[in-house]
Structures are given as structure tokens and as C-alpha cells.
Design a protein. Structure first.
Length: 212
């Protein structure tokens, strides 16, 4: 495959680690909850219907191409602007809209790595994100600490979306910030109560927020 053709097919996916298939040295990182963000090349499936399959890009392959993995990652993000998405916004009781995003072709869950572009808005504090299926994600921009009150509802909504879906992902809760996802370590204790285990970076952001 010619480099220009290969680069035009680069994309990002979120993959369940239990499914395997990533190889020993993928261009990827662990986002928590048993999931990884992975650089792939789209390939035409041999199955009827001409759907796409994803081939993981290995670190050693990038080296053989003479390509910087970071540059390939950025090219994949740029390519994803061409994907067709269905975006729905719902009012919440915390003053910001909850966005549910689905793909209409290539699975959309990888689009959670570019939430700001998808929603068309600046997210200086990031967003709370869930990844219920490989073709959907939910994003709630963080403007105040009140956004955390939506976490139980986001988890419950994700669990409903996972039921009966042929490609469920996770009911975990993630923080999106500057093009990266990390687990917020949420444990739901009841319909309204939950615990969290989060990073120092998230705590710094949280401490800077207004209460409401």
C-alpha cells in the first residue's frame, strides 16, 4: 500500500482489551476500564456488503515506514473529520446539554477522542464521557462541579444502551481533556450515590471549578 493511500485510511478506535488482536506493540494507550485507544488502518472487508475492518498499527511498523507515531495519530484524527455522525443534544438539570453521538458508517466510539471538534465547542475543563457501544458515546461538558451529579444517570443510560447491542463496550465513566481519555474510576453505589478514583490532574481541574 502506497504511503499516501495508507495515511488516508488511518483512524482511531476504542478497543476492549479482552477481545485481543492488538498485537505486542500497538500504537495505543490504556484509557482504563479494560479499554484502549488504538491507531488503525481501515481495510475493506471481504465480507458481503463492503464494510470496513481495522488493522492495528504496530510501533515496529511505524518505524519501518519511517513515520512518527504521534504524527500518524494526528493524521488519523484529521481523517476522522470526514466520518458521518448523528449528534443529538438533550437538556439536563445541571445547565449543560448531554450529547449522544452515533456513527452512520464507521463505528463512532473513537470520535470520543476528539469531543471538542465533534461538538463544535471549546472544553477548557473537558467533558464527562461514557462509551456504551462501539458505535456511540455520550459527552457532558464540564462547566461546574454540578456536572458530577449527572454521573449516575450517565452510567444508567450507558447500561441501557449496552443491552442487546451487538458490540457493547463499557459502562465506565471517563474524563475527556485535550484529546485524551482517562478513567474517572467511578463506582455506582446507588441511583444517586457513587465513588470515584481519579488522577491528580483531574483533581486540579475539579478544585478550580465553581460549585454551581
Amino acid at each position: 500500500m502506497r504511503p499516501e493511500v495508507r495515511d488516508a485510511q488511518l483512524s482511531l478506535i476504542i478497543s476492549r482489551q479482552q477481545d485481543g488482536g492488538l498485537g505486542s506493540d500497538p500504537v495505543a494507550y490504556d484509557i482504563g476500564e479494560g479499554l484502549s485507544a488504538v491507531l488503525v488502518v481501515k481495510a475493506e472487508s471481504r465480507r458481503r456488503g463492503g464494510s470496513h475492518e481495522a488493522m492495528t498499527v504496530a510501533q515496529h511498523a511505524a518505524a519501518q515506514w519511517g513515520a512518527d507515531p504521534g504524527a500518524l495519530w494526528q493524521r488519523a484524527l484529521a481523517n476522522m473529520r470526514q466520518d458521518k455522525l448523528n449528534i443529538r443534544a438533550f437538556d439536563t438539570n445541571v445547565g449543560v446539554k448531554m450529547h449522544v453521538v452515533n456513527g452512520t458508517g464507521w463505528p463512532a466510539v473513537g470520535q470520543a477522542l476528539r469531543v471538542e471538534e465533534v461538538l463544535g465547542t471549546s472544553l477548557p475543563n473537558g467533558a464527562i464521557v461514557t462509551l456504551p457501544t462501539n458505535n456511540s458515546f455520550i459527552a457532558l461538558p464540564i462547566q461546574s462541579r454540578q456536572a458530577l451529579n449527572m454521573i449516575p444517570f450517565l452510567v444508567q443510560t450507558s447500561r441501557q444502551l449496552m443491552k442487546g447491542d451487538p458490540a457493547p463496550m463499557s459502562d465506565g465513566v471517563f474524563w475527556y481533556s485535550r484529546g485524551r481519555l482517562e478513567s474517572m474510576g467511578v463506582t455506582l453505589k446507588s441511583d444517586q450515590d457513587f465513588g470515584m478514583r481519579f488522577s491528580g490532574t483531574f483533581k486540579q481541574m475539579l478544585d478550580s471549578l465553581p460549585q454551581s
